[in-house]
Design a protein around this ligand. Structure first.
Ligand code: PPS
Length: 566
């Protein structure tokens, strides 16, 4: 049964908030991570009701083991405040702490009741089904979350401020009030982290029709799966599709949830959150909130596990599940139909997410039967064809291997082609400007390379070409730089594999002689390591090729990867 009376929030009145804010200025304070800000927002506005704060140890144990709070209430997801060791050593149960956003604004006060070191492997096994870092939430748990958890009730001072799409963001009570005002007694919610194409429009429209309910498109704009299309683009896409629905029965609201990609448990969680937002029905699809493949290349969850778990707890969630029909385009009928209803002999068309990404990156046509022109236009603006995107060519190799010479030749060739600005971040040049205070210890080399990676990733993000030519002797650091860059475009690692003997024979700067004589310490190849890349996109040996030819090899590689038009 739908209940549209206001849901309890954790906020105090604005008068008390002002007072508390002043008092809180003297409290120890914790700067919330992006995920914690999302969690706190939904705690404070009632999206996570009946939770009154971050879970204490007994509730946490019970949620992890049984999907229930210790009083027996169904709650599948541990909402915990993880902190680092150094902050943990300064606070104890019984104390109040201020919770601040990334700009230092005090959002809430937490009264600590519990402080404990979590068994993260158990949490991973029980909540996410496997202690495998291929699962984004398990990776987060082990590599981003702090070791110590704090629990206790929260007093809300102010909601996190959002400057984007303000009119599309609604608290549970705002949505409840809207449904009340509109007389919407039945509301079916559609959760999504992807742009809506025709198949989604068709299935949501059908779900609403079949249940005789109004439709709430309720996309997640907090944190979704790494690699997803950013929410700015997605919201513009959703807005472009909204006029395809009957206006009087459909609404769209943004949910600042940090997803965990926990499949079945996540589906139950999503249902409870939608109940709090005044919905009566919820669409659960195949592989709902699926995290992708595990380290062995298998799916973490069965395709219908989420539907089964939801169904099992449907009465308690108090939201009816509408199972997602996999919609396909039937060519002969020129319309979408659920796959299980398609007559034999018909031609069924479908484009997978991977195929869509390929078509976007290669600038290929995306047919009208698949999506709406306005949606495709938005996607193309964000994901231009690969030959229009920024990228980084990252040379690595010993001192004197020829990196800088080839990098310079490559820069000139790319500038001759035109189209994108080219920036050369040569090892020596960077050391004179960006990293002038650094030496050659492992720590300093890593810092130097991470700085180069940061600049290269910004250039890549903004559609330019960055050419980097440091020694970059450590595999792990090169991998970290790759991650930074690949968030925005391609990274082409080029190993200039000229042998140590040849570099030393050339000794163009006379450094090897000094290094052999012990006059330069920590010299790469002589008294410091060089870890050879195993997965470079290209290996160039300068002993057997002219500079011009070496640079040309890179150009051919870029062409092959679709980064420059042939
Ligand atoms: S690193 O390891 O990537 O941070 O090194 P990088 O910034 O590319 O700097 C390498 C240039 O500094 C000179 N140089 C040394 N290289 C290696 N080890 C030691 N100890 C050292 N001391 C000075 C050297 O000229 C390198 O230039 P390239 O262009 O690579 O020959």
């Amino acid at each position: 049964m739908q209940n549209l009376t206001p849901i309890p929030e954790l906020f105090v009145s604005s008068e008390s908030a002002e007072k508390l804010k002043n008092e809180a200025a003297d409290l120890p304070s914790w700067d919330l991570s992006a995920r914690q800000v999302c969690d706190l927002e939904l705690l404070m506005n009632g999206g996570f009701a009946p939770l009154k704060g971050f879970l204490g140890e007994a509730d946490y144990d019970s949620v992890v083991e049984n999907m229930r709070l210790s009083d027996g209430t169904l709650w599948p997801m541990p909402i915990t405040l993880d902190i680092n060791d150094s902050f943990a050593s300064t606070v104890e149960p019984g104390q109040d702490i201020a919770l601040r956003d990334s700009e230092g604004v005090i959002l809430a006060i937490l009264s600590i009741t519990d402080k404990w070191v979590a068994d993260k492997s158990r949490e991973a096994e029980k909540v996410f089904g496997a202690d495998d870092i291929a699962h984004p939430a398990v990776n987060y748990l082990h590599h981003k979350a702090g070791k110590v958890y704090l629990g206790g009730p929260v007093v809300g001072i102010q909601a996190p401020v959002h400057y984007d799409f303000r009119r599309r963001r609604n608290t549970p009570n705002e949505l409840r009030a809207y449904f009340r005002k509109m007389g919407w007694r039945k509301v079916v919610a559609f959760q999504t982290r992807n742009p809506l194409h025709r198949a989604h429009q068709e299935l949501t429209f059908r779900a609403a029709k079949e249940t005789q309910a109004n439709l709430l498109i309720h996309p997640v704009v907090g944190m979704t799966k790494p690699g997803d299309i950013d929410h700015f683009t997605r919201v513009r896409c959703y807005e472009a599709v909204l006029d395809k629905y009957p206006q009087s029965t459909t609404s769209m609201s943004l949910l600042n949830l940090a997803m965990r990609m926990a499949g079945p448990r996540e589906a139950v969680w999503h249902g409870l959150i939608r109940k709090n937002h005044g919905c009566t029905h919820f669409i659960v699809g195949r592989d709902h909130a699926g995290p992708g493949k595990n380290s062995a290349g298998e799916d973490f969850y069965g395709p219908y596990d989420a539907q089964h778990l939801f169904k099992k707890h449907e009465a308690e969630i108090n939201v009816e599940m509408v199972d997602f029909k996999h919609m396909v385009y039937v060519l002969e009928k020129a319309q979408y139909e659920p796959i299980d209803e398609v007559e034999k002999g018909m031609t069924v068309l479908n484009i997978s997410g991977t195929e869509l990404r390929r078509r976007l990156s290669e600038g290929l046509e995306i047919p009208d039967w698949f999506s709406f022109p306005a949606v495709v236009k938005e996607l193309r603006r964000t994901r231009p064809a690969r030959h229009k995107q920024g990228f980084t060519v990252f040379f690595t190799g010993l001192s004197g291997s020829g990196k800088s010479t080839i990098a310079n030749a490559l820069m000139v060739k790319l500038m001759e082609m035109g189209g994108r600005p080219v920036t050369l971040l040569d090892g020596d040049v960077v050391r004179k400007n960006l990293s002038s205070e650094l030496g050659f210890s492992k720590e300093h080399r890593d810092l130097n390379i991470r700085r180069i990676g940061f600049v290269a990733s910004e250039i890549t993000k903004n559609g330019g070409i960055a050419i980097c030519a440091p020694i970059a002797p450590y595999t792990a650091t090169r991998r970290a730089v790759r991650e930074d860059i690949e968030a925005f475009g391609s990274m082409v690692e080029v190993h200039v594999s000229t042998s140590l003997e040849e570099c030393e024979r050339r000794d163009r700067k006379g450094l090897y002689k000094l290094a052999r004589a012990g006059k330069i310490k920590e010299f790469t190849g002589i008294s410091d390591p060089y870890e050879e890349p195993v997965k470079a996109e290209l290996v160039i040996d300068t002993e057997y090729a002219e500079v011009d030819n070496c640079a040309h090899q890179v150009i051919l590689k870029l062409e092959q990867m679709g980064l420059i038009a042939g």
